[in-house]
Design a protein around this ligand. Structure first.
Ligand code: UD1
Length: 446
């Protein structure tokens, strides 16, 4: 078994995550605001890497070990999807052991896929392993329609017969010798998901695949590194042109996931919004470049306290403009959190969301807390206010819920963030980590 050490991660300092909690739809987080924070936070592994890499494990008919896996509801759902396909999975603390030798079906279950968009990632690996895949369309979600046309067109370019019937994507390569064919694919948009689907599919294809206008997100590179550690031949991941030369098979691997740049960014905002000096690790600072640049514009200093550790030294909050873009642009997954911060910044800011069409649902809830925000199309115009006041608010999606928690930490009085199941999708034990910094927060069940 090949061991791939990720230098940014020290498994010895990882806390033992608890198992993902049961459905937390009805739970709320009570936050008593205006308590200064201090200390250090451990950053968990990257959710979006793990989701793609768990699907990528299907490419190899052997055993895979993934380390630095956070305890999240989305990962528990992905585990269910893989188990429904016949994969045996065990979890020991932050390590997942996957035995994919007995893939028993090419049909992913609708009820699970409809709950987790990332489960569509199994399509490419199922196709290469079994010659056929039957995966329900993941459908829309709270932040936008999120089609999969780019995934489908790419697979078709590689020789798969793909049609959609009764809401299910049927993909087949059994008529063409059971192997995808390398192709040159230009993506109309650098979609993270489409790049990952095609990258995985190409690892076992016949010949060379070139993905142009590929997504450059660190999680795409992490997936590529995972595949390379299994023996795949991939060049250029992390740039906009990825070249994959198909190999006949892949082998077993032990792989450490990169730290979650979105969780890291969220904690940096927690420092800025509460005027608190805190440090975070492990992180890969380059992955946070656009977030750090904006936090500096807004008045904070971010210092490197070691190769994988950052400290935020907060300053007076100043307005700035932000536009979300594919990486290395400013991440849409940090838009809501930065907007919460800008509500308290001196002056007028404009936040423009270009990646998803419906990702401003936190605005109404921030306004409920006293923020002054108007929406015009894809822009939010924010006039900084002197203070926010605690209120009951409703989380509408994952990052919106993080924004409301951040606003609650800075608000006067008590905030009740409802709909915690969104938060639990992507933050590993957020309330314990916040408590560790001195925040007054409490999870409440109805
Ligand atoms: C991934 C991340 C998500 C992040 C997003 C953008 C995971 C599990 N999720 O989502 O957290 O917010 O990247 O950084 O990694 N699109 C199409 N057709 C397609 C595919 C995408 O039109 O076939 C559009 C989408 O509707 C969206 C845009 O492209 O407007 C970006 O989507 P994409 O990059 O694919 O995001 P996801 O992979 O879904």
């Amino acid at each position: 078994m090949l061991i791939v050490e990720n230098k940014a991660i020290n498994p010895l300092i990882s806390p033992k995550p608890s198992e993902a909690k049961p459905d937390t739809e009805l739970e709320s987080l009570r936050i008593w605001g205006k308590h200064p924070l201090s200390g250090h936070v451990h950053i968990s592994g990257a959710k979006n890497s793990v989701l793609a890499i768990m699907a990528g494990a299907l490419l190899c008919p052997q055993h895979c070990r993934l380390r630095n896996v956070p305890s999240l509801a989305d990962i528990a759902k992905m585990r269910q999807v893989l188990e429904a396909l016949g994969v045996k999975i065990e979890r020991h603390n932050d390590t997942l052991e996957l035995d994919t030798s007995h893939l028993s079906t090419s049909k992913a279950p609708y009820d699970l896929v409809s709950q987790l968009r990332a489960s569509f990632f199994v399509t490419g690996p199922l196709l290469t392993r079994l010659g056929t895949a039957r995966v329900p369309l993941p459908g829309g979600c709270a932040i936008g329609a999120r089609p999969v046309d780019l995934h489908v067109r790419g697979l078709q370019a590689m020789g798969a017969e793909v049609h959609i019937e009764h809401g299910i994507v049927h993909a087949d390569i059994r008529g063409s010798g059971g192997r995808l064919k390398g192709a040159k694919i230009y993506l109309d948009y650098p979609s993270v998901g489409a790049t990952e689907t095609l990258l995985m599919a190409a690892t076992l294809a016949d010949g060379e695949t070139i993905i142009e206008n590929a997504a450059q997100e660190p999680e795409v590179e992490d997936l590529a590194n995972f595949c390379r550690a299994m023996g795949a031949k991939i060049r250029g991941a992390g740039t906009n042109t990825i070249t994959i030369v198909g190999v006949p098979n892949l082998h077993s691997v032990d792989y450490g996931i990169i730290p979650d740049r979105i969780e890291a960014g969220t904690f940096l905002v927690a420092g800025a919004i509460t005027h608190s000096e805190i440090s975070i690790s492990p992180v890969i600072p380059e992955h946070l470049t656009p977030v750090i640049a904006k936090l500096k514009d807004i008045g904070s200093e971010i210092v490197l306290d070691g190769p994988n550790r950052l400290r935020i030294i907060p300053g007076e909050l100043r307005a700035t403009d932000i536009e979300t873009l594919p990486y290395p642009g400013f991440p849409t997954d940090m838009q809501a959190q930065l907007m919460a911060l800008l509500t308290l910044a001196e002056g007028n800011s404009v936040v423009t969301e270009t990646v998803f069409e419906n990702r401003m649902r936190h605005v109404a809830e921030l306004v409920r807390m006293g923020a002054d925000i108007r929406i015009k199309g894809q822009n939010a115009i924010i006039r900084g206010v002197s203070h926010l006041s605690g209120a009951p608010v409703l989380a509408t999606d994952l990052r919106a819920s993080a924004a409301l928690v951040l606003a609650g930490l800075a608000a006067e009085g008590e905030t009740l963030v409802q709909g915690l199941h969104h938060l639990d999708r992507g933050y590993d034990d957020l309330e314990t980590k916040l408590k560790g910094l001195g925040a007054k927060v409490q999870r409440v069940s109805p």
